[in-house]
Design a protein around this ligand. Structure first.
Ligand SMILES: Cc1ncc(COP(=O)(O)O)c(C=O)c1O
Length: 355
Protein backbone atom coordinates (compact mmCIF):
# COMPACT_ATOMS: atom_id res chain seq x y z
CA UNK A 1 0.00 0.00 0.00
CA UNK A 2 1.33 3.46 -0.86
CA UNK A 3 1.11 5.90 2.03
CA UNK A 4 0.59 9.64 2.08
CA UNK A 5 4.14 10.77 2.65
CA UNK A 6 4.46 14.22 4.25
CA UNK A 7 8.26 14.15 4.36
CA UNK A 8 10.06 17.48 3.96
CA UNK A 9 12.43 15.83 1.50
CA UNK A 10 13.15 13.52 -0.14
CA UNK A 11 9.45 13.47 -0.73
CA UNK A 12 6.63 12.12 -2.86
CA UNK A 13 6.92 11.90 -6.61
CA UNK A 14 3.88 11.48 -8.88
CA UNK A 15 2.81 7.85 -9.21
CA UNK A 16 2.81 8.20 -13.00
CA UNK A 17 6.46 9.28 -12.91
CA UNK A 18 7.46 6.35 -10.72
CA UNK A 19 5.58 3.98 -13.01
CA UNK A 20 7.35 5.35 -16.10
CA UNK A 21 10.68 4.84 -14.39
CA UNK A 22 9.61 1.35 -13.41
CA UNK A 23 8.71 0.53 -17.01
CA UNK A 24 12.05 1.86 -18.24
CA UNK A 25 14.11 0.34 -15.46
CA UNK A 26 15.56 -2.64 -17.31
CA UNK A 27 15.50 -1.32 -20.84
CA UNK A 28 15.41 2.41 -21.51
CA UNK A 29 14.17 3.30 -24.97
CA UNK A 30 15.36 0.01 -26.52
CA UNK A 31 18.91 0.66 -25.38
CA UNK A 32 18.96 -2.72 -23.65
CA UNK A 33 20.03 -1.11 -20.38
CA UNK A 34 18.81 1.00 -17.53
CA UNK A 35 19.51 4.73 -17.27
CA UNK A 36 21.42 3.87 -14.10
CA UNK A 37 23.87 1.84 -16.18
CA UNK A 38 24.48 3.98 -19.23
CA UNK A 39 27.39 6.27 -20.02
CA UNK A 40 26.72 9.93 -19.49
CA UNK A 41 28.46 10.45 -22.85
CA UNK A 42 26.00 8.23 -24.72
CA UNK A 43 23.42 9.55 -27.17
CA UNK A 44 20.65 8.05 -25.03
CA UNK A 45 21.73 10.06 -22.01
CA UNK A 46 22.42 13.15 -24.07
CA UNK A 47 18.74 13.30 -25.04
CA UNK A 48 17.67 13.06 -21.40
CA UNK A 49 20.07 15.80 -20.31
CA UNK A 50 19.00 18.11 -23.12
CA UNK A 51 15.28 17.52 -22.60
CA UNK A 52 15.53 18.09 -18.85
CA UNK A 53 17.15 21.49 -19.37
CA UNK A 54 14.74 22.41 -22.17
CA UNK A 55 11.71 21.58 -20.01
CA UNK A 56 13.08 23.62 -17.12
CA UNK A 57 13.62 26.54 -19.48
CA UNK A 58 10.11 26.23 -20.88
CA UNK A 59 8.22 25.66 -17.63
CA UNK A 60 10.01 28.35 -15.64
CA UNK A 61 10.24 30.76 -18.63
CA UNK A 62 14.00 31.00 -18.26
CA UNK A 63 15.35 33.28 -20.98
CA UNK A 64 18.72 33.11 -22.72
CA UNK A 65 20.35 35.49 -20.28
CA UNK A 66 20.39 32.58 -17.84
CA UNK A 67 22.36 29.36 -17.75
CA UNK A 68 20.88 26.18 -16.27
CA UNK A 69 23.33 23.98 -14.38
CA UNK A 70 22.58 20.42 -13.27
CA UNK A 71 24.98 19.71 -10.42
CA UNK A 72 25.69 17.49 -7.45
CA UNK A 73 26.43 18.37 -3.85
CA UNK A 74 23.00 19.47 -2.70
CA UNK A 75 21.80 22.98 -1.99
CA UNK A 76 24.29 22.96 0.90
CA UNK A 77 27.24 22.96 -1.52
CA UNK A 78 25.82 26.14 -3.05
CA UNK A 79 26.05 27.81 0.37
CA UNK A 80 29.79 27.90 -0.40
CA UNK A 81 29.65 28.06 -4.18
CA UNK A 82 27.65 31.31 -4.03
CA UNK A 83 30.28 33.44 -2.27
CA UNK A 84 33.15 31.65 -4.03
CA UNK A 85 31.68 32.47 -7.44
CA UNK A 86 30.14 35.85 -6.78
CA UNK A 87 32.35 37.81 -4.38
CA UNK A 88 34.30 40.39 -6.38
CA UNK A 89 34.01 43.51 -4.26
CA UNK A 90 34.07 41.04 -1.38
CA UNK A 91 30.81 42.16 0.20
CA UNK A 92 27.36 40.58 0.45
CA UNK A 93 24.27 40.83 2.65
CA UNK A 94 22.23 37.93 3.97
CA UNK A 95 18.71 37.75 5.33
CA UNK A 96 18.34 34.89 7.75
CA UNK A 97 14.77 33.64 7.81
CA UNK A 98 15.45 30.09 8.96
CA UNK A 99 17.93 27.34 9.59
CA UNK A 100 19.13 26.95 6.00
CA UNK A 101 19.67 30.65 5.33
CA UNK A 102 21.58 30.73 8.61
CA UNK A 103 23.79 27.91 7.36
CA UNK A 104 24.33 29.77 4.08
CA UNK A 105 25.29 32.90 6.03
CA UNK A 106 27.74 30.98 8.22
CA UNK A 107 29.50 29.55 5.16
CA UNK A 108 29.70 32.92 3.44
CA UNK A 109 31.32 34.75 6.36
CA UNK A 110 34.47 32.70 5.73
CA UNK A 111 34.99 34.46 2.42
CA UNK A 112 34.38 38.18 2.76
CA UNK A 113 32.65 41.12 4.39
CA UNK A 114 29.27 39.49 4.93
CA UNK A 115 26.58 41.38 6.81
CA UNK A 116 23.40 40.16 8.38
CA UNK A 117 20.76 42.48 6.94
CA UNK A 118 17.86 40.95 8.84
CA UNK A 119 16.91 37.91 10.90
CA UNK A 120 13.81 36.46 12.51
CA UNK A 121 15.83 34.14 14.73
CA UNK A 122 14.68 35.81 17.94
CA UNK A 123 11.08 34.97 17.02
CA UNK A 124 12.00 31.36 16.22
CA UNK A 125 11.72 32.18 12.51
CA UNK A 126 7.95 32.60 12.59
CA UNK A 127 8.02 35.47 10.09
CA UNK A 128 9.97 36.76 7.10
CA UNK A 129 12.16 39.76 8.04
CA UNK A 130 10.90 42.88 6.23
CA UNK A 131 12.27 46.35 5.53
CA UNK A 132 15.84 45.18 5.84
CA UNK A 133 18.52 47.71 5.03
CA UNK A 134 20.55 46.32 2.20
CA UNK A 135 23.93 47.89 1.45
CA UNK A 136 24.35 49.46 -1.98
CA UNK A 137 27.90 48.45 -2.83
CA UNK A 138 27.63 44.70 -2.48
CA UNK A 139 27.99 41.75 -4.83
CA UNK A 140 24.67 40.15 -3.93
CA UNK A 141 21.88 39.70 -1.42
CA UNK A 142 21.11 36.14 -0.30
CA UNK A 143 17.64 34.99 0.74
CA UNK A 144 15.83 31.69 1.13
CA UNK A 145 12.44 31.72 -0.59
CA UNK A 146 10.70 29.06 1.47
CA UNK A 147 11.67 28.11 4.97
CA UNK A 148 11.21 24.33 5.00
CA UNK A 149 11.53 23.84 8.75
CA UNK A 150 9.50 26.70 10.16
CA UNK A 151 6.98 27.09 7.33
CA UNK A 152 7.40 30.65 6.07
CA UNK A 153 7.68 32.01 2.55
CA UNK A 154 8.58 35.25 0.80
CA UNK A 155 5.64 36.82 -1.00
CA UNK A 156 7.48 40.04 -1.86
CA UNK A 157 11.16 40.32 -2.65
CA UNK A 158 13.40 42.73 -0.71
CA UNK A 159 14.34 45.90 -2.57
CA UNK A 160 18.00 46.18 -3.40
CA UNK A 161 20.46 47.38 -6.05
CA UNK A 162 22.31 44.11 -6.44
CA UNK A 163 21.55 40.61 -7.75
CA UNK A 164 19.35 38.52 -5.47
CA UNK A 165 20.61 35.00 -4.85
CA UNK A 166 17.78 32.76 -3.76
CA UNK A 167 17.66 29.28 -2.24
CA UNK A 168 14.45 27.81 -3.68
CA UNK A 169 15.04 24.24 -2.55
CA UNK A 170 11.59 23.77 -1.07
CA UNK A 171 9.51 25.90 -3.42
CA UNK A 172 10.96 25.53 -6.92
CA UNK A 173 8.24 24.59 -9.46
CA UNK A 174 5.47 25.08 -6.88
CA UNK A 175 4.45 28.56 -8.02
CA UNK A 176 5.09 30.97 -10.83
CA UNK A 177 8.23 33.06 -10.47
CA UNK A 178 9.86 35.76 -12.51
CA UNK A 179 13.38 34.46 -13.02
CA UNK A 180 14.53 37.94 -14.10
CA UNK A 181 14.04 39.12 -10.52
CA UNK A 182 17.01 37.00 -9.51
CA UNK A 183 20.72 36.80 -10.25
CA UNK A 184 20.91 33.18 -9.11
CA UNK A 185 18.34 30.60 -8.09
CA UNK A 186 19.49 27.31 -6.64
CA UNK A 187 17.65 24.29 -5.30
CA UNK A 188 18.23 20.78 -4.09
CA UNK A 189 15.95 18.63 -6.25
CA UNK A 190 14.60 16.26 -3.64
CA UNK A 191 11.35 18.05 -2.85
CA UNK A 192 9.59 19.20 -5.99
CA UNK A 193 11.80 18.06 -8.82
CA UNK A 194 13.47 14.67 -8.53
CA UNK A 195 15.08 12.21 -6.14
CA UNK A 196 18.05 13.43 -4.09
CA UNK A 197 21.37 13.84 -5.87
CA UNK A 198 20.59 16.65 -8.28
CA UNK A 199 21.13 20.33 -7.54
CA UNK A 200 19.67 22.89 -9.89
CA UNK A 201 21.39 26.24 -10.38
CA UNK A 202 19.88 28.93 -12.61
CA UNK A 203 22.41 31.72 -12.98
CA UNK A 204 22.50 34.91 -15.01
CA UNK A 205 25.26 34.48 -17.56
CA UNK A 206 26.96 37.79 -16.76
CA UNK A 207 27.48 36.54 -13.18
CA UNK A 208 29.43 33.50 -14.36
CA UNK A 209 33.11 34.39 -14.08
CA UNK A 210 36.21 32.73 -12.70
CA UNK A 211 35.14 33.63 -9.20
CA UNK A 212 37.51 33.82 -6.25
CA UNK A 213 41.01 32.40 -6.78
CA UNK A 214 40.43 29.85 -4.05
CA UNK A 215 37.20 28.55 -5.65
CA UNK A 216 37.70 24.82 -6.37
CA UNK A 217 37.29 23.86 -10.03
CA UNK A 218 34.26 21.70 -9.24
CA UNK A 219 32.53 24.58 -7.45
CA UNK A 220 33.01 27.05 -10.28
CA UNK A 221 29.84 27.64 -12.20
CA UNK A 222 32.02 28.52 -15.21
CA UNK A 223 33.44 24.99 -15.25
CA UNK A 224 29.98 23.50 -15.46
CA UNK A 225 28.59 26.12 -17.79
CA UNK A 226 31.38 25.60 -20.36
CA UNK A 227 30.78 21.86 -20.34
CA UNK A 228 26.95 21.86 -20.33
CA UNK A 229 27.06 20.41 -16.78
CA UNK A 230 29.06 17.45 -18.08
CA UNK A 231 32.48 18.36 -16.69
CA UNK A 232 32.32 15.19 -14.65
CA UNK A 233 29.71 12.46 -14.21
CA UNK A 234 26.36 14.15 -13.63
CA UNK A 235 23.68 12.66 -11.34
CA UNK A 236 22.25 10.96 -14.42
CA UNK A 237 19.42 8.99 -12.86
CA UNK A 238 18.14 11.97 -10.84
CA UNK A 239 18.26 14.08 -14.02
CA UNK A 240 16.26 11.42 -15.85
CA UNK A 241 13.68 11.39 -13.03
CA UNK A 242 13.57 15.19 -13.15
CA UNK A 243 12.86 14.98 -16.89
CA UNK A 244 9.96 12.58 -16.28
CA UNK A 245 8.59 14.82 -13.54
CA UNK A 246 8.89 17.93 -15.71
CA UNK A 247 7.04 16.14 -18.52
CA UNK A 248 4.34 15.31 -15.99
CA UNK A 249 4.09 18.93 -14.83
CA UNK A 250 3.87 20.12 -18.43
CA UNK A 251 1.15 17.61 -19.24
CA UNK A 252 -0.81 18.78 -16.22
CA UNK A 253 -0.88 22.45 -17.15
CA UNK A 254 2.57 23.69 -16.14
CA UNK A 255 3.56 25.80 -13.15
CA UNK A 256 0.39 27.91 -13.25
CA UNK A 257 -1.71 24.80 -12.62
CA UNK A 258 0.72 23.57 -9.97
CA UNK A 259 0.36 26.88 -8.16
CA UNK A 260 -3.44 26.78 -8.26
CA UNK A 261 -3.43 23.20 -7.00
CA UNK A 262 -0.94 24.02 -4.24
CA UNK A 263 -2.92 27.08 -3.17
CA UNK A 264 -6.03 24.98 -2.92
CA UNK A 265 -4.34 22.20 -0.93
CA UNK A 266 -2.59 24.56 1.51
CA UNK A 267 -5.81 26.58 1.84
CA UNK A 268 -7.75 23.49 2.91
CA UNK A 269 -5.24 22.62 5.61
CA UNK A 270 -4.71 26.13 6.99
CA UNK A 271 -8.43 26.74 6.96
CA UNK A 272 -9.05 23.63 9.01
CA UNK A 273 -6.26 24.48 11.49
CA UNK A 274 -7.45 28.10 11.85
CA UNK A 275 -11.00 27.00 12.61
CA UNK A 276 -9.92 24.44 15.18
CA UNK A 277 -9.39 25.25 18.85
CA UNK A 278 -7.27 22.10 19.18
CA UNK A 279 -4.60 22.57 16.47
CA UNK A 280 -2.62 25.73 15.84
CA UNK A 281 0.02 27.14 13.51
CA UNK A 282 2.31 29.84 14.91
CA UNK A 283 3.49 31.47 11.70
CA UNK A 284 2.72 35.09 10.80
CA UNK A 285 -0.29 34.55 8.49
CA UNK A 286 0.85 36.55 5.42
CA UNK A 287 4.21 34.74 5.51
CA UNK A 288 2.82 31.22 5.59
CA UNK A 289 4.43 28.62 3.38
CA UNK A 290 2.39 26.82 0.77
CA UNK A 291 4.73 23.82 0.93
CA UNK A 292 5.45 23.17 4.61
CA UNK A 293 2.69 23.52 7.18
CA UNK A 294 3.82 23.23 10.80
CA UNK A 295 1.16 22.72 13.47
CA UNK A 296 0.81 21.64 17.09
CA UNK A 297 -1.83 20.12 19.36
CA UNK A 298 -2.38 21.58 22.86
CA UNK A 299 0.64 19.73 24.32
CA UNK A 300 3.78 17.81 23.35
CA UNK A 301 2.48 14.43 24.61
CA UNK A 302 -0.46 14.74 22.26
CA UNK A 303 1.90 15.78 19.46
CA UNK A 304 3.84 12.52 19.92
CA UNK A 305 0.66 10.49 20.03
CA UNK A 306 -0.59 12.25 16.90
CA UNK A 307 2.56 11.45 14.92
CA UNK A 308 2.44 7.79 15.99
CA UNK A 309 -1.23 7.21 15.26
CA UNK A 310 -1.05 9.16 12.01
CA UNK A 311 1.78 6.92 10.79
CA UNK A 312 -0.23 3.83 11.69
CA UNK A 313 -3.11 5.24 9.66
CA UNK A 314 -0.87 5.77 6.58
CA UNK A 315 0.09 9.46 7.03
CA UNK A 316 3.85 9.24 7.44
CA UNK A 317 6.70 11.65 8.24
CA UNK A 318 4.52 14.21 9.99
CA UNK A 319 6.94 14.74 12.87
CA UNK A 320 8.14 18.34 12.95
CA UNK A 321 11.85 19.13 12.58
CA UNK A 322 13.73 18.84 15.86
CA UNK A 323 14.30 22.63 15.86
CA UNK A 324 10.57 23.36 15.55
CA UNK A 325 8.85 20.47 17.36
CA UNK A 326 5.20 19.53 16.85
CA UNK A 327 4.13 18.38 13.42
CA UNK A 328 4.86 19.49 9.89
CA UNK A 329 2.95 18.50 6.80
CA UNK A 330 5.11 18.98 3.73
CA UNK A 331 2.69 19.20 0.86
CA UNK A 332 4.77 19.59 -2.27
CA UNK A 333 3.43 19.38 -5.83
CA UNK A 334 3.09 15.60 -5.73
CA UNK A 335 0.95 15.40 -2.59
CA UNK A 336 -2.53 14.79 -4.00
CA UNK A 337 -5.52 16.79 -2.82
CA UNK A 338 -6.98 13.54 -1.49
CA UNK A 339 -3.95 13.28 0.81
CA UNK A 340 -4.84 16.60 2.43
CA UNK A 341 -8.54 15.79 2.65
CA UNK A 342 -7.79 12.43 4.28
CA UNK A 343 -5.29 14.02 6.67
CA UNK A 344 -7.92 16.54 7.76
CA UNK A 345 -10.37 13.68 8.39
CA UNK A 346 -7.73 11.98 10.52
CA UNK A 347 -7.06 15.25 12.41
CA UNK A 348 -10.77 15.62 13.10
CA UNK A 349 -11.10 12.15 14.56
CA UNK A 350 -7.88 12.57 16.61
CA UNK A 351 -9.25 15.82 17.98
CA UNK A 352 -12.58 14.31 18.98
CA UNK A 353 -10.87 11.37 20.72
CA UNK A 354 -8.27 13.45 22.58
CA UNK A 355 -9.95 16.72 23.44
C1 LIG B 1 15.48 25.55 1.97
C2 LIG B 1 16.56 24.51 2.00
N1 LIG B 1 17.81 24.87 1.68
C3 LIG B 1 18.81 23.97 1.69
C4 LIG B 1 18.59 22.66 2.05
C5 LIG B 1 19.73 21.70 2.05
O1 LIG B 1 19.64 20.94 0.92
P1 LIG B 1 20.60 19.72 0.58
O2 LIG B 1 20.25 18.64 1.56
O3 LIG B 1 20.26 19.41 -0.83
O4 LIG B 1 22.00 20.18 0.75
C6 LIG B 1 17.30 22.24 2.37
C7 LIG B 1 17.07 20.83 2.73
O5 LIG B 1 16.04 20.43 3.21
C8 LIG B 1 16.27 23.20 2.36
O6 LIG B 1 15.02 22.85 2.69
Amino acid sequence: MRVYNFSAGPSMLPLEVLQSAQRDMLDYNNSGMSVTEMSHRSSYYDEIHTECKALLRELLSINDKYEILLLQGGASSQFEAVPLNLLKKGRADYIVSGNFSNKAYKEAIKYGDIRLAGSSKDANFTFIPKNCEIRDDIDYLHICHNNTIFGTRYTELPKCNCPIVCDMSSSILSQEINVDDYGVIYAGAQKNLAPAGLTLVIVRRDLITNGMDICPTMMKWITQSQTESLYNTPPAFAIYMAMLNLRHIKKNGGIKSMQAYNEEKAGLLYNYIDNSDFYSNHVNVPDRSMMNVPFVTPNTDLDKKFVKLAAEAGFVSLKGHRLAGGMRASIYNSMPREGIVSLIEFMKSFESENK
